[in-house]
Design a binder for this molecule. Sequence first.
Ligand SMILES: Cc1cc2nc3c(=O)[nH]c(=O)nc-3n(C[C@H](O)[C@H](O)[C@H](O)COP(=O)(O)OP(=O)(O)OC[C@H]3O[C@@H](n4cnc5c(N)ncnc54)[C@H](O)[C@@H]3O)c2cc1C
Length: 394
Amino acid sequence: MINFELSDYDKAKIDVIKEEGLICRKYARYYDENEDKEIPPDELPEAKDFKPTPNLASTRSEEDSGPSVMAMLYTIYRCWGDYAVKLRQPKMGGLGNAALMAAGTDEQKQRWSNGFLSMAITEPGCGSDPSRVTASAVLDEKTNEWILNGEKIFVTGGVRAGGVVMWATVDKSAGRAGIKSFIVMKGTPGFEVAHKERKLGIRGEDTATYVFSDCRIARDQLLGGNEEVQKKGSGGFRGVMKTFNMTRPAVAAFGIGISEASLDFTRDELEKAGVELDYGSGIGSRSAVAERFMKLEALHEASKLTVLRAAWLADQGQPNNMESSVCKAHAGTAVRQITQGCIDILGPLGVSRDNLVEKWMRDSRIIDIYEGTGQIQRLIIARGLFDYTRDDLN
Ligand SMILES: Cc1cc2nc3c(=O)[nH]c(=O)nc-3n(C[C@H](O)[C@H](O)[C@H](O)COP(=O)(O)OP(=O)(O)OC[C@H]3O[C@@H](n4cnc5c(N)ncnc54)[C@H](O)[C@@H]3O)c2cc1C
């Protein structure tokens, strides 16, 4: 049974999250304008303002939404406060933490799940197709160590992370089956943060380049522990790709938070300017600006529903690979149209740095790029709809 009504308990929890979102918003401009400033996670200026986060799993009743749906709503409203500030919160795990939880052994989870782990897949010659990873991992049987070599670029949270889940090939001739993930902690000799990007948006979160030069790690730092290369099929590759089924709806939810914040700001300004938003009136009695705004709201609602559907399927224990791509592809385009549409409507107020809408427009651009671009999501959707294999459609 699908129920679009939130329980009182769910609503109360979302209110707490929105309060936290507003704290993030107070610091949004500060981080946008201080991209080069490094602040240790335990000294973040906003940290002192946060109250303890409510426990998702506590005292749930049957009317409450499932944990995945609630996790998406939490994400939306934290990002409604400010996406870039939310991203840098110490309690937010990185993509590497999601990989650890999806594919790590119990012992690995126990050992490494407390710190922030970044995820390093992208290389100068490999992004959309992660099976082209060239970073290498060679096992030294004498010392029981892996020797890592290669360069990783655009690593989210790469500067502040305590460690990384990095992808490397143990056997180039095996293609995607030879790709494994390794957990490498900062301070390991041969692991260097070589560069920090300066970006259009999400400047509150750092993005780094990593270089691995004869970096030696213990044999048991192979994520999941399976050293076997199954040359038939995709072997462990499918396991590590599972991470993204869990995180694509979350990235879409980041975008939905940004678009809801932009719409709320614009709605307030329209009301101040005396523009009536009468949803019951016919098209003939509606102003052009009200009509434009309502179209943006409709786009936002549609996008939000695709995120909640992907999460709801996860809560039902049903596959959601295609729906995760649908919501990510939809949100990537919608949030751009919505933030730019709000600026169109707001005019000077929209581009002024006295307000946050211009920043949210810049922040929103990433939604359609990382964790699979819009084009790649549409490939996955097409393969799912028409039952094509990767070889049929690439
Ligand atoms: C701010 C930021 C943070 C990031 N964080 C991380 C991170 O934490 N970890 C990490 O590993 N990576 C990260 N990335 C990298 C990101 O995931 C890649 O940039 C993205 O996957 C695209 O890869 P690429 O840049 O190599 O582009 P390419 O793969 O070269 O793609 C270029 C263009 O071609 C299109 N294209 C490619 N292949 C196809 C195809 N088969 N069909 C149709 N169109 C296609 C793409 O959609 C894109 O428009 C981050 C990037 C940015 C900008």
